[in-house]
Design a binder for this molecule. Structure first.
Ligand code: SAM
Length: 250
């Protein structure tokens, strides 16, 4: 586990996120709700998930790279689903397990964690699929875990971990879907993400003093640095960045 990309950094990140009240306030401000986000998923994006949840009794939903579980617990609060999540950060999963009900959280790595075939009505992956060693194989595995008619909902950013490609049909993920003959639709939310990142930048700056008073200068610098890409115009941002929501159906 130690050698995996960013593993040490994520352990530190969730150690901070689990303890810092300033970070919680910042997330509420920047994203409209605190899910200990490391990335791009604001409440508007997460609320879109509800439009695609299969209308069945006894829902089972998995969050891949679930962090400390706040996002999937929010989905549970609105759907009463049985929830599952895994993440390679032990700090994150320790927190996720606290106050969880009808929930199955585990420490584990993409490509190694296994579930029985046809377990889930929905699988979500917000800014985590890029960390799979082989995205195509991982997508195929997720489709084995989904029940027939199940939905895979993905928040996918280019210009961060993944390089920008031409458009929503040329991303690694779109290619993996087509290779696997998987039906999908995609929403391009690049423009609203530019606005969201501006908000994220302003929120970080607003809490500068508070971050400093918690001894969190390092995290403040990271949050501001993550939003340098919106210092320029929307057009400039769009040349190097894009954000898509993919909704694929089994
Ligand atoms: C960018 S963060 C996104 C977290 C959360 N889904 C969100 O939207 O805020 C990526 C997450 O994937 C986890 N992760 C990264 N690589 C992983 C891997 N190989 N196996 C399992 N989890 C991984 C990290 O610990 C982190 O929680």
């Amino acid at each position: 586990m130690e050698e995996l990309l960013f593993h040490k950094e994520y352990e530190e990140f969730y150690n901070m996120a689990n303890r810092s009240s300033v970070f919680r306030q910042y997330c509420e401000d920047a994203f409209g709700r605190d899910f200990s986000q490391d990335g791009f998923s604001d409440i508007r994006q997460i609320n879109r998930i509800f439009d695609y949840i299969p209308q069945v009794d006894n829902l089972h939903i998995l969050d891949v790279g679930c962090g400390n579980g706040k996002m999937i617990k929010y989905i549970q609060s609105k759907t009463n689903a049985h929830i599952y999540g895994f993440d390679y950060s032990a700090n994150a999963i320790h927190e996720a397990k606290i106050d969880s009900e009808r929930a199955d959280f585990q420490v584990g790595c993409m490509g190694e964690v296994e579930y029985s075939a046809e377990t889930f009505d929905m699988v979500i992956s917000m800014d985590s699929i890029y960390f799979a060693e082989d995205m195509g194989l991982f997508v195929a595995q997720i489709f084995r875990w989904l029940k027939p008619g199940g939905i895979f909902f993905v928040g996918y950013q280019e210009g961060d971990v993944m390089e920008k490609t031409e458009n929503c049909e040329t991303t690694f993920l779109a290619q993996a879907f087509r290779k696997g003959k998987i039906r999908y639709q995609v929403l391009d939310i690049t423009e609203e993400t530019y606005a969201m990142l501006k908000r994220k930048r302003e929120s970080a700056m607003k809490y500068k003093r508070a971050f400093e008073s918690e001894g969190m200068e390092k995290w403040y610098a990271m949050l501001v640095g993550q939003t340098d890409c919106v210092k320029g115009s929307l057009e400039g941002y769009k040349q190097g960045n894009a954000r898509y929501l993919y909704i694929a159906k089994k």
